[in-house]
Design a protein around this ligand. Structure first.
Ligand code: F6P
Length: 343
């Protein structure tokens, strides 16, 4: 069986573990695997490399993706779709495994549903915001990066009796912020799922200072909006081929509000792509491996139009049609538990 694979959207630690597992599982059954370069852009252009067991054996510990990635959307025009179909035919693919988030997997779904392409999806994102899977690989490494950064920022905040505001990624879901907030004993978190209560946050910071805690940690998601800001805070007006804006800047606004309203000296750190970089955690290496194994097995079993997913501790699969298009926001029970510490 000739399987093609690609990595699309924002990169994250664990992608190479997935690639390695797809290659090995397919090879164990006599198959060959092609890696398309830079997400869907490589399938449009036909640019690909052969992925061998030997060449991928030690990539499990490497961050990012050896194939490169992009936010290319073939469905932005008919010619690109036609070129995708022509590539698949010319290299005689028996299956195409797309590793990505909602946008990348949405393309895999459309190719299968509209053109009968034998696609399989593997969910990926540091945002952990994909419905139909309990956890996405990339998320664990990302929250550990944020945790380590906040642990460092705590010491300088303490030394200077300051409040530190940390802006995290996560797009329109607060998973990274909530898990990082709990794991670092932050004083307050702001997530897109809850309207920010600036007064409550400032009063809490003042009360804790009066009680003797001479520094503060506030973690805010990039997707948080403020009524007076009239929508998402973005760094510029550019949008990508899937219509996403470039979020960023809310941390500066929150820091300014805190300093103005409390009189406490405040600084802000935007972690940005640090949350996407570096070597994957053991958890993400294993989860990525398991997903890759099951995706290649689905291909050999002829189960297309599916996405592999984690349910509890088991790897299962769902229809791609049911897995894309719906954002998985931070579930209320997590905010409820975390809320015990932010009051
Ligand atoms: O989806 C992952 C993510 O890191 C988001 O959290 C973030 O908003 C976005 O990608 C950044 O995209 P880019 O790397 O294209 O700037």
């Amino acid at each position: 069986m000739k399987i093609g694979t690609l990595t699309g959207g924002g990169d994250c630690p664990g992608l190479n573990a997935v690639i390695r597992a797809v290659v090995r599982t397919n090879a164990n059954r006599g198959g060959t695997t092609l890696g398309f370069l830079e997400g869907w852009r490589g399938v449009i252009s036909g640019e690909h490399i052969e992925l061998t067991v030997e060449a991928t054996d030690d990539i499990i510990s490497r961050g990012g993706t050896i194939l490169g990635s992009s936010r290319t959307n073939p469905f932005k025009d008919d010619e690109s779709v036609a070129r995708v179909l022509a590539t698949i035919e010319s290299v005689e693919l028996d299956a195409l495994i797309a590793i990505g988030g909602d946008d990348t997997l949405g393309v895999a779904h459309q190719l299968n549903a509209q053109h009968g392409v034998p696609t399989i999806g593997i969910p990926k994102t540091i945002d952990n915001d994909l419905s139909s899977t309990d956890v996405t690989f990339g998320f664990d490494t990302s929250i550990n990066v944020v945790m380590e950064a906040v642990d460092r920022l705590r010491t300088t905040a303490e030394s200077h009796r300051r409040v530190m505001v940390i802006e995290t990624m996560g797009r329109h879901a607060g998973w990274i912020t909530c898990f990082a907030g709990v794991s670092t004993a932050a004083d307050y978190i702001l997530v897109p799922e809850e309207a920010p209560d600036i007064d409550r946050m400032c009063n809490l910071l003042k009360e804790r200072r009066e009680a003797g805690k001479m520094y503060g940690i506030v973690i805010v998601s990039e997707g948080v909006t403020l009524p007076e800001a009239n929508g998402f805070i973005t760094r510029d007006t550019e949008i990508d081929e899937f219509g996403h804006v470039k979020l960023g800047g809310i941390g500066d606004i929150i820091a300014e509000l805190i300093e103005t309203r409390t009189g406490i000296e405040t600084r802000v750190v935007t972690l940005g792509h640090l949350q996407r970089g570096g070597a994957p955690s053991a958890y993400d290496r294993v989860l990525g491996t398991r997903l890759g194994v099951h995706a290649a097995r689905l291909a050999h079993d002829g189960q297309f139009g599916q996405m592999v997913s984690l349910r509890g501790t088991r790897i299962t699969s769902v229809m791609l049609a049911d897995a894309v298009g719906e954002l998985r926001v931070l579930e209320a029970e997590f905010m409820d538990e975390a809320g015990e510490f932010f009051t």
